[in-house]
Structure formats: structure tokens, C-alpha cells
Design a protein around this ligand. Structure first.
Ligand code: HEC
Ligand code: HEC
Ligand code: HEC
Ligand code: HEC
Length: 234
């Protein structure tokens, strides 16, 4: 029996999933269940429509300026989808074979593009909600980081907006962004400015008051300012 793998390991190999599985992407609809205010506002940002730009004849003038073919369908092009969808190439994330019925969840720059793949941390969000209701216990934000939640928004934005040669972003690697400041200065990206803008036509959803169920570091540097101006939840 010595050569036989433990059943768990064997199954994991068979199904191509390591025992220490990657953090899976869940899609917008899962986050929306509890965060409807943010989801409705996000739907009015450019990120919710990012996949549309890859379709033929959409934004034809911009494409021509970027030396792209305005009549070409770029929706299955690996040189494009990484930045115009959620979680491309990662477990649970967008793939070129994602059925159209799932496009509203993944063929968008969704919640998890900024907040991290949610399969693990969203469970902790649910637990924390229960704890909050019963008034028993608090949850450290550190726990969320271990479960894949991202609080480093500056790097998240950079992965797409500064991913081109000469941007100053150390992590830049191909495929690069097409619409860069070399093409038109309007494509420059200023994190400090953009992260504080929110609502329709911007990059970020509007902000709603938190009860602070989660405590401790890392608290995003912008949190205090954004929460001071945040709306009451509906
Ligand atoms: C079962 C309900 C539930 C689901 C599903 C859920 N959350 Fe949450 N989330 C919560 C609760 C409750 C809080 C704490 C809110 C508060 O403090 O007022 C929270 C807090 C947050 C926060 C703020 C954390 C902090 O620093 O205080 C972010 C960001 C967030 N959620 C994003 C997401 C994303 C992205 C998803 C989808 C992957 C998601 N949530 C799924 C219930 C949920
Ligand atoms: C997964 C890649 C990705 C991430 C992460 C990302 N963006 Fe974007 N963003 C895009 C794409 C793609 C567009 C273009 C949408 C379109 O028109 O097709 C865009 C558009 C925008 C726009 C609108 C630009 C305009 O003039 O219309 C703003 C503002 C913006 N993003 C800000 C941000 C900020 C701030 C962050 C981080 C908190 C961020 N983005 C994170 C991919 C991303
Ligand atoms: C590294 C990330 C990245 C890659 C790769 C990428 N894009 Fe984008 N794309 C962006 C971002 C970010 C924006 C928003 C730029 C802005 O408005 O500042 C954008 C904007 C656009 C726009 C809108 C431009 C406008 O003026 O409205 C189109 C069209 C577009 N991309 C098509 C493509 C196509 C086609 C490909 C593949 C050939 C591609 N992109 C590859 C990140 C990327
Ligand atoms: C372009 C990046 C980006 C996307 C996409 C995004 N968020 Fe956020 N989100 C932020 C930033 C930046 C903050 C403010 C930072 C903070 O206070 O933690 C934030 C804050 C939050 C908060 C804390 C309370 C608040 O309103 O500020 C929740 C909850 C949240 N987002 C949920 C979501 C959900 C759900 C989605 C998808 C429907 C989503 N986010 C999509 C960037 C993003």
C-alpha cells in the first residue's frame, strides 16, 4: 500500500486543484448580496462597461488612434482581457470560454479586481455580520488579508492603469496597456486623485458608512476621509 497516495492528494491531482487551493474569484453577484449600495453605484462606473470596449465597432475612434482594428473582436484576445475583465487566468476568474450568461459577473472590472478574490474572505464577512448582530467578538482585518482580501488599492489600480513601459510601476509586464499618456496625455493615471473620486463616470463606486465590524491594520490611508463623507446605507 506504500505507493498509494492518500485519497485527498490523488483527487486533488486528478482534478488539477492543489490542496492549498488558489484564492478563487466569485463574481460580482456574490458581493452584491450583502453590498447592494456599492454594487449599484459600481454598475455606473467605467469599470462595469470595460468589456464592451473590446467589442467590434465600440469606441472605434479611440481604437483607430491606438492603431487597433475597430472592426476586430478583441473579447477573446489574451492581450486585452486581462485588464478588461475580473480574475483572468486565475481560479474561478474570467476565461475566454466563460459562457455569456456569466459575463455580468466576470466580463467586467468587478469588485474583486480591487478587493481581491473573494471565495475565502467573504465567508469571514458573513461570520463577522453574525458576530456583530449578537455583539460577541470582533474580527481583525489581518484575518481578511490572510484570506485574500486586498487593501493595497494603489497597487491594484497600477496593475492595470500603469502596466506599460516607462510608467514607473515596478511590476509592469506584457501584455501592456494600449492607451498610454504617450498616445494622449489624458490617459495618464493619478492614483491620489482618482481613488478619491467616486460615482457615475469615475473609477470607484460611492462610499457608504461602515459599522466597523472589522478592526485593526491594515486600514487604508484614504478610509478616514472617505468614511467622513460616506452616505448612510439604503
Ligand atoms: C454575507 C454577507 C457578505 C458578503 C457575501 C460579502 N460581504 Fe463584504 N462585508 C460584510 C459585512 C457585514 C462587512 C462589515 C461592514 C461594516 O463594518 O459595516 C463587510 C465589509 C466589507 C468591506 C470593508 C472591510 C473593512 O475594511 O472594514 C469590503 C471592502 C467588503 N466587505 C467587500 C466585499 C467584497 C468584494 C465581497 C465579495 C467578494 C464581499 N464583501 C462579500 C458582509 C458581506
Ligand atoms: C483589472 C484592471 C483594472 C483595475 C484593477 C482598475 N482599473 Fe480602472 N479601468 C480599467 C479599464 C480597462 C478601464 C477602461 C474602461 C473602458 O472604458 O473600457 C478603466 C477605467 C478607469 C477610469 C475611467 C477613465 C476614463 O477617463 O473614463 C478611472 C477613473 C479608473 N479606471 C480608476 C481606477 C482606480 C482608481 C482603480 C484602483 C482603485 C482602478 N481603476 C483599478 C481597468 C482597471
Ligand atoms: C495592462 C492593462 C490593459 C491591457 C492589456 C489593455 N487595456 Fe485597454 N484599457 C486599460 C485601461 C486602464 C484603460 C483606461 C485608460 C484611461 O482611460 O485612462 C483602457 C482603455 C481602453 C479603451 C478605451 C479608450 C478610450 O479612449 O475610451 C479601449 C477601446 C481599450 N482599452 C481596448 C483595449 C484592447 C483592444 C486591448 C488589447 C489589444 C487592450 N485594451 C489592452 C487597460 C488595458
Ligand atoms: C476600482 C476599484 C474598486 C472596485 C471595482 C470596487 N471597489 Fe469597493 N472600494 C474601493 C475603494 C478604493 C474603497 C475605499 C477604501 C476603503 O475604505 O477601504 C472601497 C470600499 C468598499 C467598501 C467599504 C465601504 C465603502 O463604501 O467605502 C465596500 C463594502 C466595498 N468597497 C465593496 C465593493 C463591492 C461590493 C464592489 C463590486 C460591486 C466593489 N467594492 C468594487 C475600490 C473598488
Amino acid at each position: 500500500m506504500k505507493n498509494i497516495l492518500p485519497i485527498g492528494v490523488a483527487l486533488a491531482i486528478l482534478f488539477g486543484r492543489g490542496l492549498a487551493r488558489g484564492q478563487d474569484f466569485e463574481g460580482v453577484s456574490v458581493c452584491r448580496k450583502c453590498h447592494i449600495d456599492q454594487a449599484e453605484s459600481w454598475a455606473q462606473t467605467s469599470h462595469a462597461k470595460a468589456f464592451e470596449s473590446l467589442k467590434p465597432k465600440v469606441k472605434a475612434d479611440a481604437k483607430q488612434k491606438g492603431k487597433l482594428d475597430p472592426n476586430k473582436d478583441y473579447t477573446a484576445d489574451a492581450a486585452c482581457v486581462g485588464c478588461h475583465t475580473t480574475g483572468f487566468g486565475n481560479p474561478g476568474g474570467f476565461s475566454v470560454s466563460t459562457p455569456a450568461s456569466e459575463h455580468k459577473n466576470f466580463a467586467v472590472v468587478g469588485c474583486e479586481s480591487c478587493h481581491g478574490a473573494g471565495a475565502k474572505f467573504r465567508v469571514e464577512h458573513g461570520n463577522a455580520e453574525e458576530r456583530w448582530k449578537t455583539g460577541k467578538g470582533e474580527t481583525a482585518r489581518e484575518t481578511l488579508v490572510k484570506l485574500g482580501q486586498n487593501f493595497d488599492y494603489k497597487t491594484a489600480c497600477a496593475t492595470c492603469h500603469l502596466n506599460y513601459e516607462g510608467s514607473g510601476f515596478a511590476g509592469a509586464h506584457p501584455p501592456f496597456k494600449v492607451f498610454t499618456p504617450a498616445l494622449d496625455p489624458k490617459y495618464a493615471f493619478d492614483y491620489d486623485k482618482e481613488v478619491l473620486r467616486s460615482g457615475p463616470g469615475t473609477g470607484v463606486h460611492e462610499h457608504f458608512k461602515l459599522k466597523n465590524v472589522f478592526i485593526g491594520e491594515p486600514v487604508p490611508a484614504i478610509r478616514g476621509q472617505l468614511q467622513a463623507d460616506a452616505k448612510d446605507p439604503d
